[in-house]
Design a protein around this ligand. Structure first.
Ligand SMILES: [Zn+2]
Length: 189
């Protein structure tokens, strides 16, 4: 039996038609990165009325939002997901997968450190907002590390402060999860 190349997409976007998945896939090459948002070039042959659409992550809504949700068709689309947003999701994963093959591990922790912690791998870190004078005196960081190694040591000024067991994941997945982990701080912690 021949493998369907759209099968992974179908799992990612359940309930969508083949045509919808194809449109999302066709847009991946039209995605570019702006400061804090993505730009998807509009294509009349795919039903677009505007030369470009902006897609961004809404922390308030906890989901991706597209400027097409603001148009006349938007009310219907806003309840669901448009192919601009789908293209951005695929672009983010694809871009990563393309660049990095093989096994990766994701490790997360909250550590205390006067400066940005380090680790062997790609470090995503965000300082936890302080609530008291003591918090400011001893800054805490939410840290996510995407590493080639299953065991990840987080260091603060060269000293180990945490030894973590990473969870195996594809690079793209690990990266998206790492970003979401540190971004979670924008909400209550
Ligand atoms: Zn859209």
């Amino acid at each position: 039996m021949e493998a369907d190349p759209l099968e992974p997409l179908r799992r990612k976007f359940p309930g969508k038609s083949r045509e919808w998945l194809r449109r999302a896939l066709a847009r991946v090459g039209d995605v570019s990165e702006g400061p804090g948002y993505y730009v998807v070039r509009g294509r009349p042959e795919l039903g677009d009325r505007y030369p470009q659409y902006h897609v961004w992550w809404s922390e308030a809504e906890r989901r991706w939002v597209c400027t097409c949700y603001l148009t006349e068709w938007g009310q219907r689309r806003a309840r669901d997901i448009c192919t601009h947003v789908a293209a951005v999701i695929l672009y983010r994963a694809h871009r990563s997968v393309e660049a990095r093959e093989g096994r990766y591990y994701l490790a997360t922790a909250v550590v205390e450190c006067p400066e940005r912690p380090a680790a062997d791998g790609e470090v995503y870190a965000r300082q936890v907002a302080g609530r008291s004078i003591a918090d400011y005196a001893r800054p805490r960081w939410r840290v996510a590390v995407v590493s080639r190694r299953p065991r990840v040591v987080v260091t603060c000024r060269g000293r180990p402060v945490a030894e973590l067991d990473g969870v195996e994941a594809a690079y793209g997945e690990a990266r998206v999860l790492a970003e979401e982990y540190v971004d979670y701080l924008k909400g209550p912690t």
